[in-house]
Design a protein around this ligand. Structure first.
Ligand SMILES: Nc1nc2c(ncn2[C@@H]2O[C@H](COP(=O)(O)OP(=O)(O)OP(=O)(O)O)[C@@H](O)[C@H]2O)c(=O)[nH]1
Ligand SMILES: [Mg+2]
Length: 367
């Protein structure tokens, strides 16, 4: 289950700086607009302390984390959908992602020019969202045209979909974001095949100043982002691109020391990756053995056979039982499956079991 997150935002605000820090890459970051044209991509480990802890306690050759693919996409300016800046071609790059990391400039630095002259997160967010809406509007218009033909032919499905498309069109043609429609999960599902940019889950990533990071207090800029995110279902994470870039060059020991100086527990980037997971409704189950300790992706609500299918599609069909220990119980049993069994903490679960985040599992299969 490959998951991809895309870094999106106004041009020259630190997207590539954050991408490089996040993925230990060296993609070109410059102090002028539109330095990124073709998207940069890289795959990162999803940090998971449970994998580290289990690996430290059981006899195993290696540890394997979950993965997340990150895509650094060209910067936007107001009017991109009408051909300003790099135009709208790259907007289709955003079609490829499961989640949007919308970077918003919240730092002041007179040496880094803002394409609209001033620092104004609310304006920047509105400008980016407007471009996504205009791009989606094309998709919705095309769909309505095709659908209307089917409606005229009294196609039942097309008639069912028509009012939803019309509602969407009415708002978006006023440049209003579809979130004002408060679409139900079912309606979002009905619209899924259009792959609309504006319906993708979003995390606003405030690129904050070093001072704000040191002080640990939200600046008025960051507060503006939080205000914009209120009641939208979007996440907010604060990161200082400059500091993260420095951090990514350090050894683990130096990193720990550096974080302590800033009074931080984890690098901002770890927090961002975890937030992305939460936003996408993803969880993790774990397997452990001599070969490896490994984290596996699950969608919330997956049954035990479906979770087994993440390892190998065949395993879903051949599933018989899952021997499950919660991570908490596994810790309390000293990471020892036999102790867990003796204490009755290793449960034998069947096909209906809904796998929980942190379950440590051994699957049993038939032929
Ligand atoms: N002061 C400060 N400067 C930053 C920070 N993050 C990035 N910059 C600077 O901002 C400039 C632009 O950074 P990039 O990462 O290239 O920006 P981008 O958003 O990828 O830009 P485009 O790809 O051109 O749209 C560079 O000069 C960075 O050094 C930060 O947290 N603080
Ligand atoms: Mg860039």
């Amino acid at each position: 289950m490959g998951i991809r997150a895309g870094i999106v935002g106004i041009t020259n605000i630190g997207k590539t700086t954050i991408f490089n820090a996040l993925t230990s890459s060296e993609a070109e970051s410059t102090n002028y607009s539109f330095s990124t044209i073709k998207p940069n991509t890289a795959v990162v480990d999803v940090p998971d302390y449970r994998v580290d802890e289990i690996f430290a306690h059981v006899k195993s050759n290696k540890k394997v984390y979950n993965h997340l693919e990150i895509m650094d996409i060209a910067g936007l300016v107001k009017g991109a959908s009408k051909g300003e800046g790099l135009g709208n071609k790259f907007l289709s790059d955003i079609k490829l992602v499961d989640a949007i990391l919308h970077v918003v400039r919240c730092f002041e630095d007179e040496n880094v020019v803002h394409v609209d002259k001033t620092i104004n997160p609310k304006r920047d967010i509105e400008n980016v969202e407007a471009e996504l809406i205009v791009k989606d509007l094309e998709t919705v218009e095309n769909r309505i045209q095709k659908n209307e033909k089917l409606v005229r032919a009294r196609d039942k499905f097309a008639m069912e979909m028509h009012p939803l498309y019309e509602r969407l069109y009415a708002k978006m043609s006023e440049l209003e974001h579809p979130r004002v429609l408060n679409l139900t999960d079912q309606e979002k599902e009905m619209l899924r095949d259009m792959n609309l940019l504006t319906l993708k889950p979003v995390i606003f990533v405030c690129n904050i100043s070093e001072d704000e990071l040191m002080e640990g207090k939200d600046s008025p800029y960051t507060k503006d982002v939080m205000e914009a995110a209120k009641n939208t279902g979007c996440g907010v994470v604060k990161i200082c691109g400059k500091v993260e870039a420095e951090l990514s060059l350090l050894s683990p020991e130096e990193k720990a020391e550096f974080l302590k100086d800033y009074g931080l527990e984890h690098p901002g980037l770890d927090v961002l990756i975890r937030e992305t997971y939460n936003l996408l409704g993803l969880g993790t189950y774990l397997t452990e053995g001599e070969i490896e300790v490994k984290a596996w992706n699950i969608k919330q609500g997956m049954t035990a056979p479906q979770a087994a299918g993440v390892i190998h599609t065949d395993f879903e069909k051949k599933f018989i039982k899952a021997e499950v220990i919660s991570y908490k119980d596994f810790v309390e049993c000293n990471f020892d499956r036999n102790i867990a069994k003796q204490k009755g903490k290793a449960r034998l679960e069947g096909k209906e079991y809904i796998v929980q985040d942190g379950d440590v599992i051994i699957f049993r299969f038939g032929k």
